[in-house]
Design a protein around this ligand. Structure first.
Ligand code: NZQ
Ligand code: ZN
Length: 381
């Protein structure tokens, strides 16, 4: 194993009834005013909003609503939330939603106590926030693992940029699989593909020495594929959603990254595709990742062969990629750009801009250049 430091900022409450348990235990001493932050209204339809609000009121809290956090949350929305926190003297932020709501709240929390603009601070000065308003997360859609890290993925519309902003990690997270039962099947599968992608991208990082992190990553990938297949047979399978919920957290809570460096290059490309198209994150990855892997398979043949064997029971690196592509089709996830829901027509010109502006991180198996990224994107059209 390579050298690493590992710490865990988030206490996890997993399973049925966890929201009552967590809010009962975690809210004492947090001050009077709680911001209840959520998305476009799914939690009002499925009853989660009423349940959480009642728990907050039972704990004697004054509740300030912050609604309308969109998928692929914008920088502007985070600034709006931070202004509300300051105006209403919010003491605690409770994010109730998927990765988008949780990410937006991480930035709201940090920005609310900063004098300066957080993007300028991080991207112009290379400084990162040291603290923020305390926050918790109630996960209603799994996939990103956003509830167990401090990194938010934010779309800065004016800059045509989507990427990380480091904010506040949730001090606790509620993962009740029952809360995910109303998530439409396609969103569950898109989120689960994101989980698979996190584990794959971490596994393909450096170093190449055999280590326990690789073994755990492969187990998470295998379990994710198995449970996505269970869901295809029965979308009401709560045990499958439960496994996927923990796979999602495991893939992004830092455990798989112990002793590893990773470039998340497929993510770098997809995030910038998101900046131009507002496409669904997991679906964008489903389109890009197999094509990208065909480009790098010869640079890491042993790793791809092991991935093929363990995850898809395929007997070669190439057969593993065939199986990955077939699996994406089996899940009815998009395989081409034209199948993505996009705010603009995805043309070669748009893809050129994506290739010219995405992050390129030198890691493993090898660094791509912008021309090759453009070729990869064109192959996805
Ligand atoms: O907005 P509402 O009405 O709540 O609807 C949401 C949204 O339409 C719906 N939903 C959530 N819970 C539901 C539900 N529908 C019915 N029942 C429920 N219980 O699901 C839709 C998608 O939600 P969203 O939060 O956007 O999806 P996801 O969790 O996939 O998050 C995507 C965002 O996370 C970022 C992505 O880039 C994207 O911006 N990521 C964050 C990461 C992180 N912080 O670690 C890592 C990832 O790689 C990723 O980049
Ligand atoms: Zn992701």
């Amino acid at each position: 194993m390579d050298k690493f430091t590992f710490s865990y900022p988030t206490k996890v409450y997993f399973g049925e009834g966890s929201a009552a348990q967590a809010l009962g235990a975690e809210l004492s001493g947090t001050g009077e005013t709680v911001m209840l932050a959520y998305g476009g209204g799914s939690i009002k339809k499925n009853g989660i909003y009423d349940e959480i609000r009642a728990l907050l009121e039972k704990a004697g809290k004054k509740v300030v609503d912050f609604s309308g956090i969109m998928s692929n949350p914008t920088y502007k929305k985070a600034q709006e939330g931070a202004a509300l926190v300051r105006e209403q003297h919010v003491d605690f932020i409770l994010a109730v939603g998927g990765g988008s709501v949780i990410d937006c709240c991480k930035v709201i929390s940090a920005q609310a106590v900063l004098e300066e603009d957080i993007w300028d601070m991080e991207y112009k000065k290379g400084k990162f926030p040291a603290g923020g308003i305390r926050m918790g997360a109630v996960v209603t859609a799994s996939g990103t693992g956003a509830e167990m890290n401090a990194g938010a993925v934010i779309t800065y519309e004016e800059k045509k940029w989507k990427g990380p902003v480091f904010g506040t990690a949730a001090s606790f997270a509620v993962l009740d699989p029952a809360y995910t039962m109303s998530v439409p099947q396609m969103q569950v599968l898109s989120g689960a593909f994101d989980t698979l992608s996190h584990a794959m991208e971490t596994y393909l990082g450096t170093s190449d020495k055999d280590n326990v992190s690789d073994d755990v990553a492969l187990a998470v990938m295998k379990n994710t594929v198995t449970n996505m297949r269970r869901l295809l047979k029965d979308s009401g399978d709560c045990q499958a959603r439960s496994n996927l919920m923990w796979d999602s957290a495991m893939a992004e809570n830092g455990i798989l990254k112990c002793g590893r460096l990773t470039d998340f290059q497929a993510h770098q490309i997809e995030h910038q595709l998101g900046a131009y198209t507002d496409c669904n994150h997991g679906q964008g990855l489903a389109v890009i990742q197999p094509v990208y892997y065909r480009h790098i398979v010869k640079d890491a043949p042993e790793k791809f062969t092991r991935f093929a064997k363990v995850v898809f029971d395929a007997d070669s690196a190439e057969a593993g990629l065939d199986a990955l592509e077939a699996f994406i089709r089996e899940c009815h996830l998009p395989t081409k750009m034209r199948e993505l829901k996009s705010t603009v027509e995805i043309t070669p010109e748009v893809l050129r801009q994506v290739a010219d502006t995405c992050n390129i991180i030198k890691c493993n198996p090898r660094e791509l250049d912008r021309e090759e990224i453009y070729q990869i994107l064109l192959e996805c059209l």
